[in-house]
Design a protein around this ligand. Structure first.
Ligand code: ZN
Length: 166
């Protein structure tokens, strides 16, 4: 198990457009394995390579249905529908939360760790994570979509409301 350091807002890596992956080699596999360990350790729903200082188009997204991480290399969103408005945070913006509107269903096309193309579809949190992580690869952060970070009171009220709905 190897953990990588997650960089935080203000680090220039988070504002760069990442380059496509062209070599599907042991170095890429090591990066993916390390990102997986790092994400588990951080209890996150997704992680993009620039968050660990690697400017390549690589990210991991938690598939809510299976509980597994989907490895996405050179991903693109190819279809999206619906709308959801909800809580969003980022491992690179620790301890802060905002409300972001995203499509409710998102379909992506990406390569796996061996370079084979595949498509995956996610709904709800998984769709949100696809959008969030793929944005990271173009140097964008979710904070660009919010008008303010939630205060502790707002966060508490939001979480209580969510619980009430379940
Ligand atoms: Zn993030």
């Amino acid at each position: 198990m190897a953990l990588r350091t997650i960089v935080t807002e203000g680090d220039e890596c988070l504002r760069k457009v990442c380059r496509p992956v062209t070599a599907f080699n042991a170095r890429l596999h090591q990066l993916l394995d390390d990102m997986n360990d790092t994400l588990v350790e951080a209890s996150g729903a997704g992680l993009a390579a620039p968050q660990v200082g690697v400017l390549r188009r690589v990210c991991l997204v938690l598939d809510e249905e299976t509980g597994e991480f989907i490895e996405l290399i050179n991903p693109e969103i190819i279809a999206q529908s619906g709308e959801q408005t909800g809580l969003e945070g980022c491992l690179s913006v620790p301890g802060k939360w905002g409300i972001v509107t995203r499509p409710n269903v998102v379909r992506v096309r990406a390569q796996d760790r061996n370079g084979d193309w595949f498509e995956a579809e996610g709904e709800g949190l998984t769709a949100r994570a696809f959008c969030h992580e793929i944005e990271h690869l173009d140097g964008h952060l979710y904070v660009e979509h919010i008008d303010h970070f939630l205060s502790d009171e707002e966060l508490q009220a939001y979480l209580e409301e969510e619980e009430g709905e379940e």
